[in-house]
Structure formats: C-alpha cells, structure tokens
Design a protein around this ligand. Structure first.
Ligand SMILES: Cc1cc2nc3c(=O)[nH]c(=O)nc-3n(C[C@H](O)[C@H](O)[C@H](O)COP(=O)(O)O)c2cc1C
Length: 358
C-alpha cells in the first residue's frame, strides 16, 4: 500500500488519505456580502467527490475589513454560517473532512479581486467601496494603501472575532479549522519584522511578534473543542527580513503548546521577492519544521504528480501533501493518483463507479 493513501489521524479525527485540498479564494461572492454561494458548493463539492481527505474552504474573513477583496467569503455573521452549512454537509457526505481557513487580510485587504473587475487592480478606493485596512504598523504592502496601526482595543477585537468565527464554523458543521498566518496577511504581518514595527507587547522580540497568533490559536482552540486545528505559515519570506524557517519552527512549537495540531507550510507573500519556483519547491521548509519540532506538517506548492506526492510522504518529509491548482485542473486527482499508484480505494462515489479504471 502506498503510504500516500494511509489514513492520518489528527486529534482523533480520521482523514482517509494524505492528500489535502489547499484553501483557494474564489472571489465569487458577487453580492459582496461574504455569503458563500452555489459556486462554492459545486467547487468544493466536486473536489470532495474526487477523493481528497480534507477540503479546506478558502480564506474566509472573520470580520468585514479582514477580506482581501469585497468578493471574499466571510463567517463574521450567522447568515454566512448558515450558508456554509450545506456546503460543509455535502463535503462530509462525500467522506472528506470539511475544513475552513479563518483569515484576516490585514494590510493586504480591500483590493480588487483578480478577475472580472475590468482590469482594475491594487487597493479599492474608499469612494468605490473600499475600506481602511488594519495592520501591526502603518507600513503599506508594496503598492497598496497605507493601513492603520491596530491599537490595544483593535487587537482584542481581532482575537474575539477569530473565536466567534471558529464557533460559527463548528455550528456550520466544519470538522476542522485552519488559522491563516501566511502570505503576508494580518497574523503573518505581526510575525515579521518587515511589517511589524511595534514597540509594545506585540512587537520587537519573537515572543512579542508571535503573541497575537498565540492568543488567536488559544482562543480558537477553546472555541472548537477537540476538532483538529491547523496553522498555515509562510516559513520564508525569500528575503533577509528576520522571519525565517527557524523562527517559524519555534513559533510552531509555541502554537502546538497553545492547541494547534498540524502545520501547513507555505512561503512568501509579505514582501516582494523573487521566488525560485520548481516542483515541490516549498517541501524542504515543511521538512525542516518537522525535523526541528517533530510536529506533523503538510507540504504545499507545485505538487502535481502522483509519484511526486507519494515520494514526499514516503520519505517522511511531510505527513501529508496539500494541493491547490492541480485540483482545479483535476478535482478527482486523488482517485486518479490511486489508480496510477496501484492503490484500491473504496471511496469512488457510487454515481461515478462505471467510470472507474479497472
Ligand atoms: C486560485 C487560488 C486561490 C488561493 N487562495 C488561497 C487562500 O485562500 N488561502 C491560502 O492560504 N492560500 C491560497 N492560495 C495558495 C494555495 O493554497 C497554494 O498554497 C498555492 O497555490 C501553491 O500550491 P499549488 O502549486 O498546488 O497551486 C490560492 C491559490 C490559488 C491558485
């Protein structure tokens, strides 16, 4: 049996294999109210039918100003949670664990979505429906509007909003929560000296820069009981900023102490950088965090071939692989990978059995 198809138990929840669906923003909330739509049901549902063990819904905002664009999903109110419920139920009905990535975009919020906006990009002006963004410091991301520095009350509101969003996620039927601390969004901005210039208890030392994330992890853990909790990190900024894989491993260990179970290891997004892309280019960062901490990790980034995915798990570099674009090209990649690797899986949807390779 190929170990890619071994089940993985996380905090008592069984994942049927080691292929996760990475969170992917769809920018498809055309009503701009954060309420997920039939697009989200079909997109996530077809991937769940394709054999992934864990389907993590896109970066979903914990507050309106935490959206990347005005077409992002949210879970800051009950109407949004109610609309997520049938989506989570459908995913679970396909035998996958429905997960959700809880996010706050920080200084990278209030931007035009990347398609269907007549070529507009960058920050949405305030008089065109944009909003003031929040960040650890009033330091803009390259080319975007300058954010407001969060004050103490603002930080308390963020912690509370993550916990409330997590409670709504559980009520909506999600079986796992991921805290988004990667890609230059709010929690990553706090971690990195490139974006965090604070002089209070939330800036300066690594302990201080990690304080908000650790409070969020602890409050989400309290909100979700014994459900699995992942944290997504950017383990490198591909620049000499003071936030790197070793610092990330230290913070991952602290997050584990605060209640996190698994670390989804990505890179980049907080400072402009040229990233040397190649197949599996981020896998060494996941492997390094696993090596330094002994904690479970998933690897992501240009993992597109069954044999490649299998090798990452077989070699022990990561406990699981997380796929994004390959699952847009082929939502049923896990079923195809099982066939190509000679593994018999028992989760072909009955409706599709007549298409099964023999
Ligand atoms: C359409 C699209 C939307 C994405 N949205 C998110 C997101 O919501 N949250 C996140 O952490 N990463 C997001 N990403 C990054 C992916 O999760 C993943 O880390 C990245 O695409 C690399 O994996 P891949 O080579 O398998 O695509 C997105 C990527 C794509 C292609």
């Amino acid at each position: 049996m190929d170990h890619l198809f071994d089940p993985l138990d996380v905090r008592g929840v069984r994942l049927r294999n080691r292929i996760f669906t990475a969170p992917m923003c769809q920018y498809s909330v055309m009503e701009r109210d954060g309420v997920p739509t039939s697009w989200h049901l079909v997109h996530l549902g077809s991937i769940a039918a394709g054999g992934s063990s864990l389907v993590i819904a896109e970066a979903t905002a914990i507050a309106p100003e935490g959206r990347i664009s005005d077409r992002d999903t949210g879970i800051w109110n009950d109407e949004q949670a109610d609309a997520w419920a049938p989506i989570a139920a459908f995913i679970a009905g396909q035998g996958a664990v429905p997960g959700i990535q809880l996010a706050h975009a920080g200084r990278k919020g209030s931007t035009w979505s990347p398609w269907g906006e007549n070529g507009r990009d960058g920050s949405i002006p305030l008089d065109a429906g944009g909003w003031s963004t929040l960040a650890p410091s009033a330091v803009p991301y390259h080319g975007l509007a300058t954010p407001q520095e969060l004050d103490a009350a603002g930080i308390e509101r963020i912690v509370g909003a993550f916990a409330d969003a997590a409670r709504r996620a559980v009520a909506a039927g999600f079986g796992m929560v991921e805290v988004h601390a990667a890609h230059g969004y709010l929690l990553h901005e706090f971690l990195s000296p490139a974006s965090n210039h604070r002089t209070d208890a939330y800036g300066g030392s690594l302990e201080n820069r990690a304080r908000l994330l650790l409070r969020v992890v602890a409050s989400v853990r309290e909100a979700i009981g014994e459900l699995p909790l992942f944290v997504r990190f950017s383990a490198s900024e591909w620049a000499d900023t003071g936030w790197d894989v070793d610092a990330c491993a230290t913070v991952a260990q602290w997050c584990a102490d605060a209640g996190a179970d698994l670390f989804d290891v990505s890179t980049g997004g907080n400072v402009p950088a040229s990233i040397p892309l190649s197949p599996g280019y981020q896998v060494p960062f996941a492997a390094r965090i696993k090596e330094l901490t002994g904690l479970p990790v998933s690897a992501v980034g240009l993992i597109t071939e069954p044999a490649q995915a299998s090798e990452i798990v077989e070699s022990g570099q990561a406990d699981a692989v997380s796929l994004a674009r390959e699952l847009l090209r082929d939502p049923h990649f896990p079923l195809r990978a099982a066939h190509e690797l000679g593994v018999d899986v028992d989760y072909w949807p009955g409706q599709y059995l007549r298409a099964r390779w023999r």
